[in-house]
Ligand binder design. Structure first.
Ligand code: AMP
Ligand code: ZN
Length: 118
């Protein structure tokens, strides 16, 4: 038994059963281009461990969550949007618009972001 959920799209991406455009990878995290980008830069950063929503986060995941944010910063620098600005979003459950139940940090940038979000 591993920590991948076979019916989870992002676990299938981690297993390379579904293709993705890799942006970054290390032992704990994977980042790839969003298939339906909502901004000139739209990258998803996911933990390699399957966690379905932020509500499932445990004490032991605190360092992992920090790593997701550090990775997002690194991607923002790499894409040249760090100083202009970028938005990090993690949607939880249907009303927030979560459609894939494997937590993912959206890294959005390259255009002016509106507030409040839609
Ligand atoms: P959310 O709606 O917050 O759960 O975000 C899910 C994101 O995953 C959306 O922005 C989708 O465009 C993106 N997505 C869905 N399928 C794929 C895929 N096969 N490869 C890359 N991104 C995907
Ligand atoms: Zn998963």
């Amino acid at each position: 038994m591993n920590n991948l959920a076979s019916d989870c799209l992002f676990c299938r991406i981690l297993e390379k059963k579904v293709p993705s455009k890799k942006v970054y990878e290390d032992a704990l995290c994977y980042a790839f281009e969003d298939i339906n980008p909502q901004a000139p830069v739209h990258v998803l950063v996911i933990p390699k461990k399957h966690i379905s929503t932020t509500l499932e986060l445990a004490e032991g995941d605190n360092a992992l969550m920090g790593r997701l944010f550090q990775t997002a910063n690194q991607i923002a620098r790499q894409k040249g949007i760090d100083q202009r600005g970028f938005r990090l979003v993690m949607n939880t459950n249907p009303e927030a618009g979560q459609s894939v139940y494997h937590i993912h940090l959206h890294v959005l940038g390259g255009r002016h972001m509106h507030w409040p979000p839609g």
